[in-house]
Design a binder for this molecule. Structure first.
Ligand SMILES: [Zn+2]
Ligand SMILES: [Zn+2]
Length: 442
């Protein structure tokens, strides 16, 4: 496992949780294509060739221990490891949850390389995939990019993902003994399913390279589009400010606009300034050619959505458990340098029609409160849709800039820079000013 604050001298192994106790899974099916290329270790001591089990094998929890289908082991099995020595091999594992905790969660097959470990935690299965960091990066960080992407962008994105991983600040799953989980909660990892030649070469060409600041690996967070100006770390998350995340225009010029001022923010959102993430650098109809996980419309830089009175009330009941019948108004109280909201006041009527006011703080909570799926960005201006016969609005229009938190690498902006001919280092130093690129292992 990774050690926080420690810069590794060699390529580390990473433990990725694939099936977690919260999935409440009792059974897993493994499909092993080449049984000769793997072996099995039971209870950390008995090593047997995998050829003794079937190509397709179910492993289930029975009487508080693990049971391997059609294989009798004389003792209770507490843990199982399947070790694949050839890096090109993988084992198909089913079912694995994708979209854990979301209404669209589904079961998928994943093909896992290297070591698979199975044990029981909380009366449910815990399945861990242990693999070298570079292989993991090739599977996650660049799996969204197509071969059409310029190399300098692919390399920059890979270095950013590696730095974030090794900075290892969040550590959400320590009690389970894993570094990260397989889902969006950490980074989406679906084994070698998404491995491509592009992602492999991105990892290989930048092997061991990370961004450092003050001899520490940068907590290199990134998002899809900053909207034109990058956001500061401390405006988004708890913890001390990071000097390499500032309010900097994502452009060749400074716009000299203060987006903390409401009128300036309105001008900003209603215009299309020439930033790297704007359609001036990356035409929106070409976005899909470069990046997976973007929709056809591709409106990431400037967008507008309508939300009805009913939708927003329902969402506030769901998310905040608010006693509310009508939203009277939504008032931006404080903005950060990228125009993202730091404080939003919601004036509303409760079910007895009494007036109330609630202030919501921080980008994340505001995006959560305003939209059932999570608003694309909090860099928005808000317009009321008036209704005939009522003094309260029948809905709201949110006009927004960017997609995601906007700190660190702006993925579409980085792509825009690369298309314009900037190299990997120039891209990285633009988004993480003051950092230095260094190879920490070979
Ligand atoms: Zn996680
Ligand atoms: Zn940007």
């Amino acid at each position: 496992m990774l050690k926080p604050g420690v810069i590794p001298e060699n390529e580390p192994l990473l433990k990725v949780g694939i099936v977690l106790p919260q999935d409440k899974q009792q059974l897993i099916t493994l499909m092993v294509e080449d049984v000769d290329a793997a072996f099995l270790v039971i209870n950390d001591d008995s090593k047997i060739p995998l050829v003794r089990i079937n190509h397709k094998t179910e492993i289930a929890i029975e009487n508080d221990s693990l049971h391997i289908e059609s294989y009798n082991y004389p003792e209770a099995i507490r843990n199982i490891k399947i070790i694949q020595e050839n890096e090109n091999n993988s084992i198909d594992v089913y079912p694995v949850i994708a979209g854990r905790g979301f209404h669209w969660a589904k079961h998928i097959h994943v093909k896992l390389p290297y070591t698979i470990e199975l044990k029981i935690a909380d009366n449910s299965l815990l399945l861990i995939n242990e693999l070298p960091l570079e292989m993991y990066l090739a599977c996650v960080s660049t799996s969204e990019m197509s071969a059409e992407c310029p190399g300098s962008f692919i390399e920059a994105q890979t270095i950013v993902a590696r730095s974030w991983m090794l900075a290892n600040v969040e550590q959400k799953h320590i009690p389970l003994g894993i570094d990260v989980c397989n889902d969006d909660c950490c980074q989406r990892y679906q084994g070698v399913n998404n491995l491509t030649e592009v992602s492999k070469s991105g990892a290989l060409k930048t092997k061991g390279q990370v961004l450092l600041y003050d001899d520490k690996i940068c907590d290199a967070r990134y998002s899809k589009s900053c909207g034109g100006i990058m956001e500061k770390f401390e405006n988004l998350w708890e913890g001390t400010a990071l000097p390499y995340m500032q309010n900097i225009p994502d452009a060749e010029v400074d716009f000299k606009m203060d987006l903390r001022i409401e009128t300036e923010m309105r001008k900003w959102v209603e215009s299309v300034p020439e930033t790297f993430c704007s359609p001036h650098y990356v035409p929106e109809n070409e976005l899909k050619k470069y990046l997976g996980g973007v929709d056809e419309e591709g409106h990431y830089f400037r967008w507008s959505i309508k939300v009805s009175q009913e939708e927003i009330v329902n969402n506030l009941v769901d998310k905040l458990n608010l006693n509310i019948s009508t939203v009277v108004s939504l008032i931006p109280l404080k903005r950060a340098g990228s125009g993202r909201l730091l404080e939003l006041e919601i004036r509303y009527l409760d079910k007895a029609l009494d007036h109330h006011s609630l202030i919501i703080y921080r980008d994340y909570n505001i995006r959560q409160a305003l939209h059932k799926k999570f608003l694309y960005s909090s860099a928005i201006i808000i317009e009321e849709i008036s209704s005939e016969g009522s003094k309260y609005p029948k809905g709201f229009i949110f006009k927004g800039a960017g997609w995601g938190h906007g700190a660190g690498l702006c993925q579409i902006g980085g792509l825009g820079m690369a298309l314009k001919g900037y190299n990997t280092k120039e891209i990285l130093y633009h988004y993480y000013p003051g950092s230095t690129l260094k190879k920490i292992y070979h």
